[in-house]
Structures are given as C-alpha cells and as structure tokens.
Design a protein around this ligand. Structure first.
Ligand SMILES: [Zn+2]
Length: 130
C-alpha cells in the first residue's frame, strides 16, 4: 500500500483542480475567491455550497450536520467516501503523473556529457577495426 501524504496533497492540489475533477459548476462568485454553487452531494439548494478558492476550503450548508473543511474533506463529502480514500484519489489524480504546471526538474551535472571526447572515442573505435 502506498503512503498517502495528506499535507503534501493539501499543499499541491488547489480547490480549482478539485472543482474541475468533481465537475462542479459555480453558480455565483460572491467575491473573487468565494464561490457559491450547488453541492454535488445533493442535500441543499443551488447555493448550498460555499467555496473559498484562496483558503482551499468549503462549507456545505445543505448537509446535516453542516460539512466543512479542506480539499480532502471536500472530496470525501461529495463522493461519500472516507478521508483516506479521498486523499488517495487526489494523490493518484494530480500527483502520480508529471504536472504541466510544473517545469521538469533540471538534471544536475548535465555538462558531464560534453566532457565526453568524441574524437578520442572515434579513434579508439577505428583502432579496434584495424
Ligand atoms: Zn454537500
């Protein structure tokens, strides 16, 4: 079983990514970072879900008791799954493959290839042929 790093998931996955994954349609932006929409859990009305895209947090007023928390809690709430399953889903979806948002890591010592002397290598190769 692979290790699930909750804090790493929360640090690298954004609320917008989670909303995309869960196909959540924003019905109204209360401010630049506060969205109101219908929660896919289906408990309430069109504005029962409040999302803070800056804090990566949510509150669902439709469900009883009221649900709130971070992106992992959000996925668990919407999909009715446990926190561990929700974290695993996010980790597999957003962190197991290279992200287009992040540049590929630079290879250290990439000048070692230029130290290779092609002339000497060619001479050695020709010497072996003769
Ligand atoms: Zn809900």
């Amino acid at each position: 079983m692979s290790k699930i790093d909750f804090s790493a998931i929360k640090a690298s996955v954004t609320m917008q990514q989670v909303m995309g994954l869960l196909q959540i349609q924003v019905t109204k932006w209360a401010s630049s970072d506060q969205a109101r929409c219908r929660c896919p859990c289906g408990a309430g009305d069109a504005h029962d879900l409040s999302i803070n895209a800056t804090k990566n947090s949510f509150q669902c007023f439709g469900s009883k008791p009221k649900a709130s928390g971070d992106i992992i809690t959000f996925v668990a709430h919407v999909k009715s799954i446990g926190l561990r399953d929700a974290a695993k889903l996010l980790q597999e979806h957003f962190m197991s493959k290279p992200s287009v948002d992040k540049p590929a890591p630079k290879i250290a010592n990439d000048n070692s290839a230029s130290d290779f002397n092609y002339g000497d290598a060619l001479e050695a190769f020709i010497a072996r042929l003769e």
